[in-house]
Unconditional design. Structure first.
Length: 388
């Protein structure tokens, strides 16, 4: 069966997905189009996104094709009443032992996250010959469970919007225009903290900040502070644009005419919204958390953060007990980037030349696929015992 394989590699693409990461995946697939072999011709290796159907990966494995898997992040919620309420009895009672006996918390938190969502990506990793992580942070998280798995780190990319940026109209009022992209599901995106920061800067520091929230759905996570929705809708210096699937001309105009993309995202392996914002020439102010340092580099200012100050399992989807943000440091970063706007915009462009341009990223994937085709068969990697 192995002798029937075609020399070269293919890529599995499902156009029905609609996430930010899927926009990157679609751009990547288009960039690799001329390099790939149709899957029906059984290429020697196949590149999969983590959202690919397990059935498609099992079929490739049966055909003795080599599997390369691009993964994002893991779920790492600590045990809490809200998290445990998502399970049925008697499993809920069993996992609750992690709350009753703190020394067992990590053991039960591991199994809760595995049963809840992580089992899918773990199975796909075990099937794969090589893993592509989106950031050093992503690799560090997975190495807790798969320390010996063959892997590479390739940060997401996008198309630098030269034409849109060239049409940018500078504003000459005193306001500093911040912009961010909304996420209604994950408190860890910390949109509520961004809103709180802007209100604080206005009221306490008398700084003329404006905030635009793209993709606002009017749905807010259950655990955000009461009144959050009302603040967004009633505050005159906060404006919202509705949910979007692609960057329309209206979205592009707003993006290009902003000063800074702001994000407080916590332990996000590779927030693609940040890459997309930077493609419109925007420098970034945020926290040095998750994969943000890999994306931003020197094209902005990231405030120092410790992703593991609360341990491996922490607030993510069901709670908002995140590390405190130093608003004074964030505001100072906003002042520095705004005062040196042209320099930081040029650094953004350089980031796309060296790391974030979609063609640069595509070439890195090409090298990975060629390397896996050249490798001799290796023994299966066993599951790590370090998860306890």
């Amino acid at each position: 069966m192995k002798d029937c394989l075609t020399k070269g590699y293919g890529i599995y693409f499902d156009p029905s997905k609609t996430t930010n990461g899927q926009r990157f995946w679609e751009n990547l697939c288009h960039s690799l189009e001329k390099e790939t072999i149709p899957l029906k011709d059984k290429p020697g290796a196949v590149l999969f996104n983590v959202s690919a159907p397990l059935k498609a990966m099992l079929k490739a494995k049966w055909n003795r094709q080599k599997l390369v898997l691009r993964v994002d992040g893991l779920y790492f919620d600590k045990l809490s009443p809200r998290f445990l309420s998502t399970f049925r009895r008697p499993l809920r009672l069993f996992l609750s032992l992690g709350l009753w006996f703190p020394l067992t918390h990590n053991f039960f938190a591991f199994w809760a996250n595995l049963v809840n969502r992580n089992y899918g990506v773990f199975i796909r990793i075990l099937l794969s010959d090589l893993i592509v992580y989106q950031s050093d942070f992503s690799q560090k998280v997975y190495n807790r469970y798969f320390p010996k798995k063959l892997s590479r780190v390739i940060v997401n990319g996008s198309v630098y919007q030269h034409a849109v940026i060239a049409r940018r109209k500078e504003h000459y009022n005193e306001n500093i225009h911040l912009i961010t992209i909304y996420n209604q599901w994950k408190p860890a995106k910390r949109i509520h903290d961004i809103v709180d920061f802007v209100v604080w800067a206005r009221k306490e520091k008398k700084v003329q900040l404006d905030l635009t929230i793209l993709g606002y759905t009017r749905t807010v996570p259950d655990c955000v502070p009461l009144g959050f929705k009302k603040i967004i809708q009633d505050t005159p210096y906060i404006r919202t644009l509705p949910k979007f699937r692609s960057f329309t001309s209206a979205i592009q105009k707003v993006m290009a005419e902003s000063d800074i993309y702001i994000t407080f995202s916590y332990r996000d392996p590779c927030p693609n919204a940040v890459v997309e914002a930077m493609s419109y020439g925007l420098p970034v102010v945020g926290m040095a958390s998750g994969g943000l340092p890999d994306i931003v580099g020197d094209a902005g200012i990231l405030i120092e953060a410790d992703d593991f100050v609360d341990g491996f399992f922490t607030s993510h989807r069901y709670e908002k007990q995140f590390p405190r943000i130093n608003y004074e440091a964030v505001l100072n970063a906003v002042f520095i980037v705004t005062s040196q706007k042209q320099m930081y915009r040029e650094r953004v462009r350089q980031r796309f030349d060296s790391d974030l341009g979609i063609n640069v990223v595509a070439n890195r994937y090409i090298k990975v696929m060629q390397s896996i085709l050249d490798r001799s068969p290796e023994p299966e990697i066993e599951f790590s015992e370090k998860f306890l």
